[in-house]
Design a protein. Structure first.
Length: 164
């Protein structure tokens, strides 16, 4: 049979990156991590991602907007979304732009979103300090800041029967 120097089905970093990007948007950092884990050299990965970005196939701005919008629709708050975007290698300015874009494009209002999340999870504000603390923790874990949590606890059930 002979010695084969190229393994069958071998692909390039570009082909692998395009396959990944065809399924969903990825940040540059995510692609670097995934491609280097597949054994490609850092130089090959960097060259590939530069070319994809120049061609408009990979965009951190597009990834950030898509990610922020999807998390907003899941009922997550800005604190959690910001942390997740930072973890994926995005800078402060790009994260802020993505949050503003998601908020405007989805008619998102973080205070209303916190109220909606609370109403969906709990039937009322809670009768005891322990129950109210549980609601606060729930919203904090969802990524809402102190003001949004306070607002939701005070106003979530104001018009709840009309909402649903």
């Amino acid at each position: 049979m002979g010695d084969v120097s190229v393994r069958e089905g071998a692909s390039s970093p570009r082909e692998d990156a395009i396959r990944m990007l065809a399924r969903r948007e990825y940040s540059r950092l995510e692609l670097v991590e995934r491609l280097t884990a597949r054994g490609y050299s850092a130089e090959a990965v960097n060259d590939c991602l530069e070319a994809l970005a120049e061609g408009g196939l990979q965009s951190d701005a597009r990834f950030a907007e898509s990610f922020a919008r999807s998390r907003l629709f899941r009922g997550q708050g800005p604190v959690k979304i910001r942390a997740e975007l930072k973890r994926r290698g995005l800078g402060r300015e790009r994260i802020q732009d993505a949050l503003l874009e998601a908020e405007q494009g989805a008619e998102g209002d973080w205070f209303a979103l916190a109220c909606d999340a609370l109403v969906r999870r709990f039937s009322g504000p809670g009768d005891t300090p322990r129950e109210r603390a549980r609601r606060e923790r729930f919203l904090a874990q969802r990524g809402f800041d102190f003001d949004q949590v306070r607002h939701a606890l005070e106003h979530a059930w104001d018009s709840a029967p009309d909402r649903y």
